[in-house]
Design a protein around this ligand. Sequence first.
Ligand code: AMP
Ligand code: ZN
Length: 518
Amino acid sequence: MTVRLRNTLTRNVEPVEPLEAGRVRMYSCGPTVYRYAHVGNLRSYLLADLIRRALLYHGLEVFHVKNVTDVGHLRDERFDRGEDRMLLAAGLESKTPAEIAAAYEAAFHADEAAVNILPAHVFPRATEHIDDMLAMVEQLVDRGAAYLSHHGNVYFSVGNFPGYGRLSGNDLDELRAGHRGAVETDKQDPADFALWKHAGEGRLLRWPTRRWGEGFPGWHIECSAMSARYLGPEFDIHTGGVDNVFPHHEDEIAQSASLTGRPPARHWVHGEFLLMSGRKMAKSAGNFQRITELAEAGFDPLAFRYLALTSRYGRKLNYSDRSIGAAAAALESLRSRLRALGPPPPDGHWAAPEPLRPGAAGERPSGIADGPAGHGDRNESFRLRDRAHDTAPPLSAGGRDLHGRMVSAVDDDLDTPTALAVVREMLRASLSPDERRWLVLDADLVLGLDLDRVWADVSAEDDGLQPDQRRLLEERSAARARRDFPRADALRAELLELGLEVTDRAGGETTWRKVGKR
Ligand code: AMP
Ligand code: ZN
């Protein structure tokens, strides 16, 4: 079995079967960099990250592209009253649009890193792909799929595209009825959408064209052009939030399919909203939270990742002080149970599972991505192991059962709440501490909670401990985990000899203080 995901286009849960053997190509709608990303946006990016990790876990390479919208054009025609948001922000912050975009782009990378999102291999910027967009618009006009209006705008003619509405389930006549009285008067059909807009007075970001004077691209053409540039005319997975289904992805399909004959992606996966105070978290509504604010309030940003995992991606999830607090507490209890099992041995069967190799993206671009950096995935030949079916250590029957249930949950359209429940069972199971620890660390390759940090944190906090003191402390916590209390007592005596007094507290925690060598 492999990963199965709900496909908005077919409305079925379908296995991901890559077009190219062993290699999945995925496109995710990325950030608009005239404002900060909020944790609602991060929920969408976490969905793509989870898909990527699940596929990697199955031994499939994933080539991931996530666009950066730095054009500053309007994302929704309903709001198009001629104002330019990038210009607005530029006025507010007395910076150039490029400076504003660069600053928000850097913040976006930092936010993604804070919740352990594997960086995409390419973060193409819209402003650097205007030529690709123009070429596509020209082709659409030449084929009669689009037209130039008397106001100098180029519109896509939805009536000429038979599949319009298939993704969103919208009916063209209903759409037309909904548009009655709309402000744009230069469209042939009220449901037509803009591919290229004529730049009016005062528009800061504008580009010359061969055929239509100066203007700027529509939002949807951005993703059609950039996905085709990096992933080809047909790729495997396209992700976004549910608000991307219509009009954004519906229009992407119409544009691309008018040129190639089929939708650009096979599998369209959409994540439900994160809510705050009962409504979609949104910057415009003022009900939003940044991941940095969460950290300032004293939470580990990974508590948000944990919160996202407690719900299936297709369900709405509530964000509140209470829900994030509960997630932080649950993550902490998971960590302390794991810590009690002691650190993994450096080698042998029960050494920590080797990390997923996310491909040659290498370092997260610091601040600003250099165009198609990290493309190396293509050239690097490495074989990934299918960890779902080929577990390295010899698991017991009980271990195999737990491992199998974790994999089934992930494969079942990313049932992360069940996967988390299985992880808790792994910690409690009557298996050796080695096996329990291995199972949990292995599951965490998909969950991405950095659970192996529990031991790194201990050694970092223990600065000032001598290496032999630390070694004995770790040995002792492993002995306690396997309930070998005579050994733990012997080690306590040895530690005292070395000047460390060790105390076991209620709840399983162990503390120590320096008392000087005996
Ligand atoms: P935007 O910058 O508004 O285009 O949003 C970037 C991504 O975040 C898109 O894929 C949106 O669908 C998604 N998104 C926006 N708001 C939310 C929310 N409250 N919950 C989940 N995803 C969201
Ligand atoms: Zn997009």
